[in-house]
Structures are given as structure tokens and as C-alpha cells.
Design a protein around this ligand. Structure first.
Ligand SMILES: [Zn+2]
Ligand SMILES: [Zn+2]
Length: 388
């Protein structure tokens, strides 16, 4: 039965290539991926999926379900299809979207025999305002047993870790005045922001080595002869796990309050973008996927790479067993977020890799549904790691 998936992939692979190429030629930015969503949704509907669009209040998000109406696990594949300004699909989300939808369709072809459900989730705006965050928050994964997403890269890597991240804005309000004639009447908001930077730089010695704190001054006054009455600083603060991150963020906020106390400015603190949690890879699920990917003929899969970025799949991995591996485009050193990367996603070789990725995802879903032992092991690992 599992071998049937290999046969089915041959019948849909030219459609998968066509869709990935179409997305490459028609890139759309996050939360504006209307045509990209439509393309994937129509493909899924042709294959008897029931689709709901605009979930969690995001117009370009969707949930597509194929239900065998027989008992069994629910497997989810996540599709991204947002592009980058100027360089289109320089992160290869045209391949992610197509591999996710393709895997869903493949698995659906054997589902009536083996039972269970398959869900394809369209998750917009990964590069900017990840829709997986509200999806994880609003219970989209409550009836899902495992969630998988596959990202293209220079080479293949197992699913690994990513940093938890908060995006914090500090808005300082002082009092303007003539900077030379009556400086004593002013309260300098820019000086307050500079003290925040100085305080954070002193904090760096006393954080764990995984912590990353990086910021800018967005607004810092209008003219040198006016005491700046407004200064806005934005920071990303990241750490390997949420507890450590929360402690560091608390310290950063206290520095900001201290800076405001020094100058007498008012301070308003906000999260200016969604917070991402660290990625917790389910190793049982990861091993299962790695073996399936090897079986499709991908020669080498490296151990996960050390990552200091943050991904919205992290939030998903805290509510359901999840993986976020990378599939190699046979181009060692190829860098994401470049035109070269985008161009590489539509070569003949990448077409073959795309079909292999969709197949390996489908095979992993098949294994979870038919192998109760490995399914239970995955669940146990999840409860130990995440609910501990
Ligand atoms: Zn990217
Ligand atoms: Zn990406």
C-alpha cells in the first residue's frame, strides 16, 4: 500500500511542478497571497478536499480536509506561499506550498484504505507576520496529531531548533524646548533611548550565550536645535527557550524604565510584532521523516544546523508534535533570500526534489497512521518535552 504513494506521485508531479513554477512567476507578499492561495485551494478541491479559507481572521489562510470517515490519526501538512519584496520566492516558499499540498493529495489517495484524516493548512506571511502564531493560539491544531512542513535549502538538514523571540517597541515621550536657549525646560527622549542602548550593552555580559538582542532607533528627533520630545526604539530579543527569554525581556524592560527615570521621560512598551516560540523538534517524527526522505533517493541528510533565527513553526511545535526539516537543492552554499535561490527552485533538478519531498511527507503520514507503536512513541515524546 505504501508503494502506491510512489505510483501516485508520478501522476501528480507535473502538476506540482507547474504550480511551483506559477508561484515563482507570480510572487505575492505576506497576507496578500490571494492568487497563490487560490491555486493551491483549487488543486486540493479537485482532489476532493473540503476547504475553508480566511481562517483565524487571515484572508489568505486556509484549512483543507480530506476525511476517510474511518477512525485514525489526523496528519497535517503546512503550506507557505509568501514571497519577499524585490526577490520574489528567494526563500523557496513556492516549493513549500506545493510540497505541502502535494503531500496532502498523495496521502488522501490511500486514506480510504488505512483510515484517518489529512489536513493541509495554508499559513500566510511566514516572513513577516506568521499566521501559524494565531493558528496555534486559537486551537487549529487541537484535533491534529502531527504537523509537518518542509523547507528548501542548499543541502538537506534534519529538523532542528530555533530561538524564541519577542519584538519589543519602546516609545519614549519627553518635552521639546529650544536646545540652546532654554534646554533646562526640555526632557530629552532621545537621550532616554540612548541610555536604553547603553543599559542593554551592559546586560550582554550577564546573559547566556544563546541570547541575541538587537535594536534600532526608529525615531530620534526632528532637528538638532529642538530637544527631541519623542524617541522610538525597536528591539528583537531572542533566546533558546521561552523561560530564559522571558527573564531577559523582563530585564530589558526594567532597563528601559530605569532610563525613563533618569531623564523624566514617559515610557510606553509594546510588542510590535507577533512573538515566536522556540522550535521543539519531535525526534521520533523527525527520524521517521529522515528515513522516508532517504528512501526517495536523497543521498545525504545532515544533522540539524545551529540556528539563531526564529520561525513561526516554533509556536506550532508547542501544541502538537512537529518537524521543520530542510530539503537540499544540491547547491552547497546557496543562500536563502537571494535571487539565485529563487531561480534554483524552478530547475529540472529542483522539480525532481520537489516530488521527492512531497512523497517523503506523504510516506511519513502513512507510517504514523499505520504504525501504532511509532505513533504512540511520538505522542509520549511530545508530552515529555513540551508538557513537562
Ligand atoms: Zn525566509
Ligand atoms: Zn522560508
Amino acid at each position: 500500500m505504501k508503494d502506491l504513494l510512489k505510483t501516485y506521485v508520478q501522476s501528480i508531479q507535473s502538476k506540482l511542478w507547474e504550480m511551483s513554477d506559477y508561484l515563482y512567476h507570480h510572487p505575492e507578499l505576506g497576507d496578500q497571497e490571494y492568487n497563490s492561495m487560490k491555486l493551491l485551494v483549487e488543486f486540493l478541491e479537485e482532489h476532493d478536499f473540503t476547504v475553508e479559507t480566511g481562517i483565524v481572521g487571515r484572508p489568505t489562510a486556509f484549512k483543507a480536509v480530506y476525511d476517510s470517515k474511518k477512525p485514525g490519526p489526523t496528519i497535517a501538512y503546512l503550506s507557505e506561499y509568501d514571497a519577499l519584496p524585490g526577490i520574489g520566492h528567494g526563500c523557496g516558499h513556492n516549493m513549500i506550498g506545493t510540497m505541502g499540498a502535494g503531500a496532502g493529495v498523495l496521502l488522501s489517495k490511500v486514506l480510504d484504505e488505512i483510515g484517518g484524516r489529512v489536513v493541509v493548512l495554508g499559513t500566510p506571511a511566514e516572513e513577516t507576520n506568521g499566521a501559524k502564531v494565531p493558528m496555534a493560539e486559537q486551537g487549529i491544531f487541537e484535533d491534529i496529531d502531527a504537523a509537518m512542513i518542509l523547507h528548501p535549502s542548499d543541502e538537506s538538514y534534519e529538523s532542528g531548533e530555533s530561538l524564541a523571540m519577542d519584538a519589543i517597541q519602546f516609545d519614549f515621550r519627553g518635552k521639546s524646548s529650544h536646545a540652546a536657549a532654554s534646554p533646562e525646560k526640555g526632557i530629552n527622549a532621545l537621550d532616554t533611548a540612548i541610555q536604553l542602548f547603553n543599559g542593554i550593552n551592559a546586560l550582554r555580559q550577564h546573559v547566556t550565550s544563546d541570547v541575541r538582542i538587537h535594536g534600532i532607533i526608529k525615531e530620534g528627533g526632528l532637528a538638532a536645535n529642538i530637544v527631541p520630545d519623542k524617541a522610538v526604539a525597536q528591539f528583537y530579543v531572542r533566546a533558546k527557550d521561552r523561560n530564559n527569554l522571558n527573564e531577559v525581556v523582563e530585564k530589558v524592560k526594567n532597563i528601559a524604565k530605569g532610563a525613563a527615570l533618569m531623564t523624566g521621560a514617559q515610557i510606553y512598551i509594546d510588542n510590535y510584532e507577533l512573538s515566536y516560540d522556540n522550535m521543539v523538534t519531535n525526534q521520533t517524527l523527525s527520524n521517521l521523516f529522515t528515513n522516508n526522505l532517504l528512501s526517495t533517493g536523497i543521498a545525504e541528510i545532515k544533522k540539524s544546523k545551529e540556528s539563531y533565527g526564529s520561525i513561526d513553526m516554533g509556536n506550532v511545535s508547542h501544541v502538537v508534535p512537529a518537524i521543520h526539516p530542510y530539503i537540499g537543492l544540491d547547491s552547497p552554499g546557496l543562500t536563502a533570500h537571494t535571487q539565485e535561490f529563487a531561480d534554483t527552485t524552478i530547475t529540472e533538478n529542483s522539480h525532481n526534489i520537489l516530488a521527492k519531498g512531497a512523497l517523503a511527507l506523504a510516506q511519513t503520514g502513512y507510517d504514523l497512521i499505520t504504525n501504532k507503536e511509532v505513533f504512540e512513541k511520538m505522542k509520549e515524546e511530545f508530552y515529555e518535552k513540551v508538557n513537562a
